[in-house]
Design a protein around this ligand. Structure first.
Ligand code: SAM
Length: 245
């Protein structure tokens, strides 16, 4: 029998414990190892990530995704959507430590959702839906509009545009968590009016210092306080072409 043990993720195990107080089970470690391997293998053919050094994958993809728990744990049965998830970040790593969430991974590019289909099948994950669609379309479909408790995004768009992608999907009383770099506070300031129009309110911005990563990352947490007017999101491309002022 071939002994095909997945890649070890020792840095991730250590840093999850130290930074987040999270003990990764043997099963989760194995899943992260397989995820890293498959990401690198598929990245030979389709452009999934510019990060190809295994330790950086552990820190900049996996640990960064898991840092969302600094905004509070995800609860069993919660409906969570990751908008513009690419190769699954931050949603898929979170699903590996919270098996009881109902996760939707939304991504516009079919090549990337093929990777997500492959990865979720390989890991035998249930409760994960993969949607090949744009956020502007999903936000106008009854099955998705204002249906999610938690709406996540990393590296998709600046806050004025991102707010129009995320808030229509979020239930009133739910929250959006955007993973941002150094421009977080300035972006939020520019999105103040968009947030008001779309039914959102800034709750807080949490700085995240990741080991082996020089720059500070930030979690921008937006509460959904009122229903989003039916006009939003506007048709595909409009939020980027004419961001809400
Ligand atoms: N979130 C992933 C990460 O942090 O690694 C991927 C980031 S990548 C820079 C941005 C992704 O968002 C791309 O895969 C792109 O196809 C997707 N995207 C951009 N605009 C989108 C939209 N309006 N609806 C759905 N996906 C979108």
């Amino acid at each position: 029998m071939v002994d095909n043990k997945p890649m070890k993720v020792e840095q991730l195990v250590k840093c999850s414990r130290e930074l987040l107080g999270l003990e990764l089970s043997t099963e989760a470690q194995r899943a992260f190892g397989l995820y890293a391997e498959q990401l690198l293998a598929w990245n030979q053919d389709i452009n999934l990530t510019a990060i190809t050094d295994p330790q950086s994958i552990e820190m900049r993809h996996f640990l960064d995704s898991l840092s969302v728990i600094m905004a509070g744990p995800l609860l069993p049965g919660q409906r969570v959507i990751d908008v513009g998830t690419g190769a699954g970040f931050p949603g898929l790593p979170l699903r590996l430590i919270y098996p009881q969430i109902e996760l939707t991974l939304l991504e516009a590019t079919a090549k990337k959702t093929r990777f997500l289909d492959h990865m979720t099948t390989l890991l035998g994950l249930n409760n994960v839906r993969i949607l090949t669609a744009r956020a502007e379309e999903a936000g106008q479909i009854d099955a998705h509009r204002e249906k999610f408790d938690v709406v996540l995004a990393r590296a998709v768009a600046q806050m004025p545009v991102l707010s129009e992608y995320l808030l229509p999907l979020c239930k009133v009383g739910g929250r959006c968590v955007a993973l941002k770099g150094e421009t977080a506070a300035a972006e939020v300031q520019r999105a103040e009016n968009a947030l008001r129009i779309l039914g959102g309110r800034l709750e807080k911005i949490i700085p995240v210092e990741l080991p082996q990563v020089a720059e500070t990352h930030y979690l921008v947490i937006i509460q959904k306080t009122a229903a989003t007017p039916p006009l939003y999101p506007r048709r595909a491309g409009m939020p980027t072409k004419r961001p809400l002022p």
